[in-house]
Design a protein around this ligand. Structure first.
Ligand code: FES
Length: 234
């Protein structure tokens, strides 16, 4: 319990688990790509950074609120860094937005529009990954993955499956399956939760999912096609 000052306004908090929750409770909008209140905190995207009165920046999702804290959520410096983060993500991301299945429903695209980003001053030096279409339900295109870890946590923490996991390190880091197997050769149950939480087009629903599952004759297609989108929590 305590009171903190956000953008010059005093805001009381009780048992909020992090500064980001207090900011949102105060009705202040702050962009995030990796924070999911119903799952563990990952702190990867750094978009939720705030600045304290000494100019120290920190990720608000990973900081416990303290009585007497003073923070700013939208300084010129923060705006500059957030823009740079989105440009860096776009720089290592397939930019075929106009033909992407998630176009218009992509949080990365949405943030780029909101920040008025019209160019990306970085070259893409990543490997090109093969698109995994082996699953009857989802398509995995790691060329559009931003390593937010949302799918990894949804698969392990919500579904208890752990089909998706991080692999490799540093600039080569990737979300993949055990032994890099195609998704159809894993214990994936086609629940669609990874798609529900993926903020980009890295995981999409198979365009012909209904026909595929009709051919297979398995009614669980409903889970992916109808139930999954409704499960998404902000
Ligand atoms: Fe805090 Fe991504 S939301 S680091």
């Amino acid at each position: 319990m305590g009171v903190m000052t956000i953008n010059g306004r005093r805001v009381a908090f009780t048992d909020e688990k992090n500064v980001l929750s207090v900011i949102r409770k105060a009705g202040i909008n702050i962009p995030t790509l990796c924070y999911l209140s119903e799952m563990s905190t990952f702190g990867a995207c750094r978009l939720c950074m705030v600045e304290d009165e000494r100019g120290k920046m920190f990720a608000s999702c990973s900081e416990v609120p303290r009585d007497g804290m003073t923070i700013y959520t939208n300084t010129v410096r923060l705006q500059k860094y957030r823009k740079m983060i989105i440009q860096l993500l776009l720089g290592s991301h397939d930019r075929d937005c106009t033909t992407c299945a998630q176009s218009g429903d992509c949080r990365l695209q949405d943030l780029a529009h909101k920040m008025n980003i019209t160019s990306v001053p970085y070259h893409d030096t990543r490997d090109v990954h093969t698109i995994d279409t082996s699953s009857p339900s989802i398509v995995r295109n790691m060329n559009k993955c931003i390593l937010c870890g949302d799918c990894v946590r949804a698969c392990s923490e919500l579904q208890g499956l752990g089909v998706l996991e991080f692999t490799r390190r540093g600039a080569d880091a990737l979300v993949s399956t055990a032994f890099d197997r195609p998704i159809a050769q894993t214990s994936c149950v086609n629940c669609g939760q990874c798609r529900v939480y993926c903020p980009t087009g890295a995981i999409t629903i198979h365009s012909n999912v209904d026909e595929v599952w009709e051919a297979i004759g398995d009614p669980t297609v409903r889970v992916v096609a109808e139930i999954a989108p409704a499960v998404r929590v902000a």
